[in-house]
Design a binder for this molecule. Sequence first.
Ligand code: NAD
Length: 319
Amino acid sequence: MRYLVTGAAGFIGSHLVERLLAEGHSVVGIDGFVDNYERELKESHLALYAKHPQFEFVEDFIERLDLNAVLDGVERVVHLAALPGVRSSWGSSFEDYASHNVYATQRLLESALHSGVTRFVYASSSSVYGDAADLPMREDARERPHSPYGVTKLAAEHLARLYHRNYGLATVSLRFFTVYGPRQRPDMATQRFLTAARDGTPIMLFGDGEQTRDFTFVADTVEAMVRAAERGHEGAVYNVGGGSTVTVNQLIEAIEEVSGSRLQVDRQGAQRGDVRDTCADTTRARADLDFAPTTPLREGLERQWQHILASAKPDTQKT
Ligand SMILES: NC(=O)c1ccc[n+]([C@@H]2O[C@H](COP(=O)([O-])OP(=O)(O)OC[C@H]3O[C@@H](n4cnc5c(N)ncnc54)[C@H](O)[C@@H]3O)[C@@H](O)[C@H]2O)c1
């Protein structure tokens, strides 16, 4: 199969590209190196497969690419490119969120219609739920995003559904819940906390730490994407949770155990846009995709910790 993976230099995209290439597929990757974090880090992801004979890379924003040319010969699209992050989506940066998350998705869907694409998997987010009245979150619950980021992820998900309902494009949307693991984005809590444990620096904790998150190990998220691309029901939406819902305070305790370091916690107020709890009901993904997460939180944290230790710059390495 020939896949297009957007956001191919990002955290989740890099794991998906590795998996698809290992399975013998050919992959076209797009990434525009949006400046949400260091380009150097994204380049280090890309370096893992840039020279693979079955991999081609296109560097640009989806908004300005000739997508018909990129989609030539592509059978399956996994659309991960987006500007992520809840807290930074307020104010003037919303224009970038709208462009990268909504307009780019509409362009890609439109071009996919006129190509040989047989499956279009869209990476949505638990942020579409907002502060849900009922937990665990079910796909048929009313979506009420609590941040501008969540609004853009829901808008793009609606676009995917519209292209399915009106034109028959075989779209599948996956709502990811707090993905963690090696190469996680530097702005995400698990990466910040593990890095601070390594470096002996304080962490900033937003809110009282009793907020819960459904942590999903990145390999489990990749497994769900692969299954959705192969057998997801057309037009469907699936939660992809890790089955490890814990409070942020419990996450900190687990990180202290894994790293053997005590974290110095600088407590800050809750941030606008952050929701109180997330917890996925994965009944639908189990039924249609035969998907079940397999990596418990403790094991996933250990893998992320080992990766952080191995990628430390010499001056930050512990003796
Ligand atoms: N990480 C999570 O916990 C999480 C949770 C829910 C949903 N998601 C979704 O998963 C996807 C991947 O997230 P991630 O954590 O890997 O983020 P990431 O920032 O590491 O990866 C996204 C990549 O997309 C690229 N990109 C963004 N907009 C682009 C555009 N318009 N054109 C070309 N390239 C563009 C960026 O340069 C980046 O490398 C996103 O759609 C995000 O909304 C992630």
